[in-house]
Design a protein around this ligand. Sequence first.
Ligand code: GLU
Length: 698
Amino acid sequence: MPMPRFFAAACFCAALLAPSAAGVEGKWTPQQVLELDPAWLRQLGLQLPPERLWDPRRGAGLLSAAVNIGGCSAGFVSETGLILTNHHCLFSVLQEHSTPQRDLMTHGFLARSPEEELPGRTTRVTVPRRFTDVTKAVLEAVPAGATDLQRYEAIERRQKELVAECERQPGTRCRVAVFDGGVQYVLIESFELSDVRLVYAPPRAIGEFGGEIDNWMWPRHTGDFALARAYKDGKPYRPEFWLPISRDGVRPGDFVMVLGYPGRTVRSLTAAEMALQRDGFFALRARIYGEWIQLLEQATKGSRDGEIAVASTLKSLHNVVKNAQGQMAGLARGRILEKQAEQEKEVEAWAAQRPEWRPAIEARRELDRRAGERRRTMLRDFLFQSIPNGPIALRHATQLVRLAAERARPDMEREPDYMERELPRLRARLERDQKSFYRPADEALMRSWLRHALALPEGARIRAVDAAFRNAPLEQAVAQLYAGTKVTALEERMKMFGETVEQLRARRDPLLDFAFALEEELRAFDRAQKEHEGAASRLRPAWRRAVMAHAGRPMAPDANGTLRVSFAHVKGYSPREAVEYLPQTTLAGMLEKHTGEEPFALPKSLLEAAARVDPAQVPLNFLADADTTGGNSGSPTVNGRGELVGLNFDRVWENVANDFGYNPAIARNVNVDIRFFLWLLEHVDHADGLLKELGIRR
Ligand code: GLU
């Protein structure tokens, strides 16, 4: 077979595959997109010159229409600051504004005028502006002979300096992103918009049609979209780039690109580290968060206030638990760890023949040895790491205690999360959380957290928990803790936000006192994490460079929450023997699933509008073979001309474990078809004003 031209050329060419033959692995950075062979991209289906996607000199391009919205992705879709993202990405804003009398989560929301739009108190949008490779500057900061902890601290300090310098420009938000554990460091400069208001969300019965039964599944019929608007200085923000909506739709085989902010993948871990990620993270998530779901449901039964309070937490726990189960099932089914181990052997054999690559072998072994060591404390470590997702009162108490201590230090010496630049966010969060607090539910989570801590094996116990709870009947002890603390009272908590360590101690608040006792062990845990990160930043690049040199082709780095592009085609797949899935669903399939019982209970307004059309002509969801992960929720899916054809919102069950390894046969992401969104706005919600703003109506 003759070699394709793009492979023969000495270019940065991504795939060795004919465009339509199989999926293209890779969440490419904007810089990498410019280094890929333009002829290959054309062959895939890109009709724009790659420089239209990103122009590094101007710090802009079509990619700057793809923005980050609180851990999700989104796209500007009008010159008046409208942002389209997933329903599940803005669900917490609906929850924030819902009451039993005005239940926006259930009924959805449409602002008929700008005054009606609903601010999300903690919702922020960042628009990318500049990416600068700072690897040299970061690594130069590490002193010769540094221990791993010193190495970590030196890198962190340099990162803080670079960020501080970058954020001197007003309205700018910067970060130094680490690629593949230290192969590259990139300073990312973004423009931040902190006034973001909800404009439109369909009823939950549409935005989340199929609920947890259909989540991570195909065939799918979910209207997972919502609209927000960004404001600047009180006026709608006017983005330089926004995505025009295509009315043409997609057909099987069409080229599409997914633009967004994939959160975290772990393909660059070694097989032993992957096994630890499975056992010490996903397995525990499935077990402990699965238990928390049941506790939250039981504790709020019969109380609409309680249900509204925990709705957002519960939804995200459900999502991560099913994800964790999918990761584990996919790892086993795809023999991903075994394949990774086989590949490691190959690379090692290759490196052993080449003196310059031999140190890579030792680096990988040390990573493995460290993974073995970390196994011993994995349950305790998970409990520490779960505090942000667990009992709200415990999260707040530990944050307040940490904040008071950190505030006493110069800004540059603080933990990054407690630097001045973070405090407005922390404050907003401490305030906003009140809406999600429901004492019986929180007490139940607290009891569970403590019960797990009390069951830890010798050698990995939490002394503060033992001291306070080992000999006490848990039910009573937790009830007393909540009865005695003021951390859960909004006004008092906001006072605590400004207090010193001495002031907090003088309060003699039982929960704060417990957090003070816990703090020493949390600090020790953080130190151990840093030491490990420091070691990994030394070892992983050494190993990964060998893997890349052995592969002899460019590889996109693991997801790290930074802007990426994935090239794909609309395509079905075979989930198991003798079954073929088609890539497109329509309103007809949604109606077929409608039983009238949640989560398959469509609102009357939709059923009436559906009766007036041929539902098989209303496209709803489609599959593509894009390389995506969590964080890609809400990513604009655009065609080869850069026009919006859909929004990424999920992956299929067989593909959940692609965080560990990509398999073109089953790598499918699920998109909501923009034509369904338009149909809904037009025929169900009669949102004429919005349709005009979106350029659909005159
Ligand atoms: N439904 C997914 C989530 O919420 C979307 C992104 C993905 O993981 O594919 O995490």
